[in-house]
Design a protein around this ligand. Structure first.
Ligand SMILES: C[S@@+](CC[C@H](N)C(=O)[O-])C[C@H]1O[C@@H](n2cnc3c(N)ncnc32)[C@H](O)[C@@H]1O
Length: 207
């Protein structure tokens, strides 16, 4: 496969992509646009876009290097259903996109301030996708679910005290304030969870 210097690699994406894909196959709408928030290297974007050729994949990330990597992976993959990456900070009050049928956010809300989670939910509330999919480690019932997640939480907070493994209940309550209900919680490898939130009928789809 051709490669380019901009195309970065995150080894975790190769480890978790098949398990995530299995959940997405049961979750994503048949057609429409998937907005991926915090797409990082772009490896997930091209892998999932190849698996769902009938969907339009819209990757995004606020980081310039990440967007270069996403564009490089998209060019290498040569897929016609991946759009150029958007500069999108979830915490921003306005996003450079106004509609999506699904929103994906993998491994972001623990490695960003809580304001990013708040912005993510507020933005999802504005775009009103059918599905909001989150993936990552979560605390449940006020406790870590595994020693490895507790250690990771300590590492995150050492990087930045505003980071940290989030409480599932707090995330669900935040989602509910923006019109999303937790529909499915799927245990994933390495003590992660897939969370599938669903919104009510959207004004856009049901004018
Ligand atoms: C751990 S990486 C995960 C990347 C990718 N989703 C994956 O699973 O490999 C976290 C990503 O979150 C992005 N990020 C951090 N703060 C963000 C924010 N406020 N809005 C959107 N993305 C953000 C970073 O630029 C980075 O690409």
């Amino acid at each position: 496969m051709r490669d380019s210097p901009e195309a970065r690699h995150a080894p975790a994406t190769a480890r978790n992509r098949d398990a995530i894909l299995a959940v997405l196959r049961e979750t994503l709408p048949e057609r429409g646009t998937v907005l991926e928030i915090a797409a990082g290297t772009g490896e997930h974007a091209v892998f999932f876009a190849a698996a769902f050729p009938q969907l339009t994949w819209q990757p995004s990330d606020p980081n310039d290097d990440a967007r270069s990597s996403i564009a490089a992976h998209a060019a290498i993959a040569g897929l016609n259903n991946v759009r150029p990456p958007l500069a999108l900070d979830a915490a921003a009050p306005e996003w450079p996109i106004t509609a999506a049928d699904a929103i994906l956010c993998i491994n972001m809300i623990h490695i960003a301030p809580w304001s990013a989670a708040e912005g993510l939910m507020a933005g999802a509330g504005r775009l009103k996708p059918e599905v909001l999919f989150l993936y990552g480690p979560f605390r449940e019932n006020g406790a870590h679910t595994a020693p490895s997640n507790e250690a990771f939480d300590g590492w995150l907070k050492a990087q930045d005290p505003s980071y940290g493994v989030r409480d599932l209940e707090e995330v669900s309550a935040l989602a509910a304030r923006h019109g999303f209900t937790l529909d499915r919680k799927v245990a994933m490898p390495a003590n992660n969870l897939s969370l599938v939130f669903r919104g009510g009928p959207s004004d856009r789809r049901n004018p």
